[in-house]
Design a protein around this ligand. Structure first.
Ligand code: BGC
Length: 789
């Protein structure tokens, strides 16, 4: 029997799909969400999330005294990170610590860090056994320096069996709910620490501006402002105020920087990003993460402008340390020092690659499967080609991280086992999944469906937990069906649980092959409505490369055939990137974008389809209409002008920020406090939002600013603030946002932030107003005095 706590009550659940998690949320019951956000101002949230963490105990004297006692070999050991296979034998659940291997890694080489799972997520007891044995070995070392274990907890503690999984980052972005993001991150931290692991390689702070990229779903979407608020929430949730607490762990901001914008869309390939755009778009999330206190940063595996991330001194040292003030550990990505030779050809051999990357600013190398890094770096120092001061700097950072995490006091510090996979965490995951779901189209209010209708469920993602989760789920590629929990419903099972015998299921196709489309068509003719679940399977990194964003032909054919029956069609898109669907949009009555909502996603989707939850997600990216027609929302104005471009003007399928509800909201009374804003002043913007429909619901209010004329071609608009509010029918709320000089700045062609006086537009919903940014307070006052005369 499971225990489920909802709104203070404890409900016992004996059934497979706990009904307590499925009961009706009609109307005001939305308030029962465990995290009800009345986020009135994203900026206030951001300021709180990036406030300086409580000063940790100052461990610098302990660090220095330890450093002074270390040999070169011991120091280089601390800079070395190996994968778990280097200390274990066996496969899958049969994995065991191999004492001879462990002795070599931890005693002989004194490696500072070990990472990841070998094959698949492990039960918590197994993790305890592995971590304990590794730390026992570390305590037999001369200086007893604990090993720091690191893992990819990407959407929850996904490599710990029984943990709570959450929507992938792209879905979290669609919630526009940073408080929820922070709570999700807190749970991820506890559940990772419960396994004895104090370090996660998350969040991904690459911007999702290239939808072909197979890691698109790992991002917070295309907008730097939304992504930076969520970045701060993620870091604050994982690290809290004190990373030595058993409830918190260290983050790693990745992949610093510019990894997500490959020219050809494939993973780990070339980007061209001029520095002003790098700073304008790709840097702010990392700056926010650093400001929120992040302890480590992982480096971009690819190259930008011809310089691989791992040897880019300007980015790793001048900008990260010099400008952003980062003081933590910079870790390489997987095997990336070797790839400087094998892939990027910027070094003739591994020794030179090691030298270049350590001098550029790498503190720890994810080697990960041999000892070359240690051997070569020792040689380089002995030959005087890498100064001891650089080694000391890196080791100091690694030691400080370990001290601050409390590993010296307790190398196996753990959160209680009981904190894993609790009912409360599951409820948070359900809320996150529900809030992420984005209603893209709803003609004639086809949705919500009444529960008495005969429903056909079809399509390859209808009965797949793998599609609901995507990569980084129990295994790297997320594709081992046996490891998924048996008590979490797929979309089909959740619909069956809700409407019982009125459901027929015919798969129709696999992800890329026709099975029996005519059978699905026959079933559609017999049904009142067809729910067609399309999208993608699971993938991540290079295996997820594609060359065409268009949804697979078999799936398009299935949808077309069902639409041709004339029955109402609801498309449900379960996908990590926006696959092009223009052939099937017009004849679909409703389209629900689900992203990868994870294990509670089936329930959440059924709740929205049948009206037990009112959707509130908004697209965190622009949904392209054609495979070659991709454009971001903050494009230059002329690019979408049909007057200039006719049919070739860019016209997205669905705009960034788009998302419908079962209720309606109207915007009124956009009021700017002044028509001019002094250069260093502030401007209050008020807007009133009213729920004009029949149901209660949540609305994300987004404030955009357009710089009318600027010396660097200005984008049509940029997000500057948002709020997420809950309104009962007929209820209104007036929001006040305060804009300052920084909100009007941009990166000039000299790569510096600048603000230019002149006109700006404020856009909220369908409302617009204008103000002028004055040249300076004194001039402003003088002008005002003059105009009064
Ligand atoms: C990925 C990183 C990940 C690392 C360790 C790499 O291939 O790029 O995001 O943290 O592997 O699993």
């Amino acid at each position: 029997m499971k225990k489920t706590a909802i709104a203070g009550a404890v409900i016992m659940c004996a059934s497979t799909f706990c009904p307590a998690l499925q009961q009706s949320d009609r109307g005001s019951q939305v308030t029962r969400d465990p995290i009800v956000t009345e986020l009135q101002d994203s900026d206030a949230f951001f300021q709180t999330a990036t406030r300086a963490p409580r000063p940790a105990r100052d461990n610098s004297r302990r660090v220095e005294s330890l450093l002074q006692r270390m040999t070169l070999e011991e120091k280089v050991g601390q800079m070395t990170q190996l994968e778990i296979g280097m200390v274990t034998t066996g496969k899958d659940q049969g994995i065991q610590i191999d004492s001879a291997k462990l002795e070599k890694a931890v005693i002989k080489y004194g490696v500072g860090s070990i990472l990841n799972v070998k094959d698949q997520a492990l039960p918590i007891e197994k993790w305890h056994d592995i971590i304990r044995k590794i730390q026992e070995a570390s305590q037999r070392n001369r200086l007893k320096i604990p090993v720091i274990y690191g893992i990819d907890s990407i959407h929850g503690a996904n490599y710990v069996r029984g943990s709570t999984l959450f929507p992938q980052e792209i879905g979290m972005a669609a919630t526009w709910n940073p408080a929820l993001m922070q709570r999700v991150a807190e749970i991820t931290a506890v559940e990772t620490r419960a396994a004895g692991i104090p370090w996660t390689f998350s969040p991904v702070l690459d911007l999702g501006r290239q939808p072909l990229w197979p890691r698109f779903y790992e991002t917070f979407g295309e907008d730097p402002y939304l992504a930076k608020v969520l970045a701060a929430a993620f870091v604050r949730g994982i690290e809290g105020d004190d990373i030595s607490s058993p409830n918190h762990i260290a983050t790693s901001l990745k992949h610093y920087v510019g990894y997500s914008f490959p020219l050809n869309g494939r993973d780990r390939t070339t980007s061209w990003i001029p520095e002003n755009y790098l700073r304008e778009y790709f840097l702010p999330t990392f700056a926010a993460g650093v400001k929120a206190g992040a302890r480590t940063v992982m480096v971009n595996s690819a190259e930008i402008n011809g310089i691989p991330g791992h040897i880019n001194h300007h980015i790793l040292t001048d900008i990260l340390r010099g400008e952003l003030g980062f003081q933590g550990v910079v870790v390489s990505d997987w095997e990336d020092i070797k790839k400087l030779v094998s892939q990027w050809k910027v070094a003739a051999d591994e020794k030179e690659a090691t030298r270049l990357s350590v001098l550029a600013g790498i503190d720890m190398s994810m080697v990960p499967s041999d000892y070359t890094f240690s051997d070569l770096l020792i040689q380089l120092v002995k030959e005087g080609r890498v100064p001891m001061s650089r080694i000391d700097e890196a080791v100091r950072r690694v030691l400080r991280l370990k001290f601050d995490l409390g590993l010296f006091e307790n190398p196996t510090l753990m959160a209680p086992m009981a904190s894993l996979g609790t009912a409360e965490s599951r409820q948070v995951s359900l809320q996150a999944a529900r809030e992420s779901l984005t209603l893209l189209k709803n003609e004639k209010n086809l949705l919500p469906l009444t529960k008495d209708r005969k429903v056909l469920v079809t399509g390859p993602t209808a009965n797949s937990l793998i599609s609901l989760n995507n990569g980084w789920t129990y295994v790297w590629q997320g594709n081992n069906a046996d490891l998924y929990p048996k008590d979490r419903p797929t979309v089909l099972q959740a619909i069956q649980a809700k409407v019982g015998k009125n459901v027929t299921y015919v798969p129709g196709t696999t992800l890329d092959k026709e099975l029996d489309i005519p059978a699905a068509v026959r079933a559609a003719r017999d049904a009142d409505v067809a729910i067609v679940c399309l999208g993608e399977g699971s993938y991540c990194e290079t295996p997820g490369n594609i060359t065409d964003l268009t949804l697979d032909e078999a799936q398009l054919k299935l949808a077309e055939a069902i639409e041709a029956t004339g029955k109402p069609v609801v498309l449900v898109l379960v996908e990590g990137r926006p696959r092009v669907i223009n052939r099937i949009v017009d004849r679909a009555g409703s389209i629900l974008m689900a992203y990868n909502p994870s294990n509670e996603g089936g329930t959440a989707i059924a709740d929205v389809l049948f009206g037990d939850y009112t959707p509130s997600g908004k697209l965190p990216f622009t949904y392209p209409r054609t495979a070659n027609g991709f454009i971001n929302y903050d494009h230059k104005l002329f690019e979408t002008e049909e007057t200039s471009f006719g049919n070739t003007a860019f016209k997205p399928q669905f705009e960034f920020g788009h998302g419908l509800s079962y209720t309606t909201f109207s915007y009124s009374d956009l009021k700017l406090a002044q028509k001019t804003m002094p250069m260093n002043g502030q401007l209050n913007v008020n807007v009133t939002v009213t729920n004009t429909g029949q149901r209660s619901g949540k609305e994300t209010v987004v404030l955009y600013v357009r710089d009318v004329v600027a010396t660097v071609v200005p984008p049509g608009k940029r997000v500057k603030r948002f709020a997420k509010i809950y309104l009962e029918p007929a209820q209104s709320r007036t929001l006040t946002f305060t804009l300052g000089r920084d909100d009007l700045s941009f990166i000039g062609s000299n790569n510096k932030s600048m603000v230019e006086p002149g006109d700006f537009e404020v856009i909220v919903g369908n409302l617009k107003d204008k103000f002028t940014l004055g040249p300076g307070e004194q001039t402003q006052r003088r002008r005002e005095r003059l105009s009064r005369r």
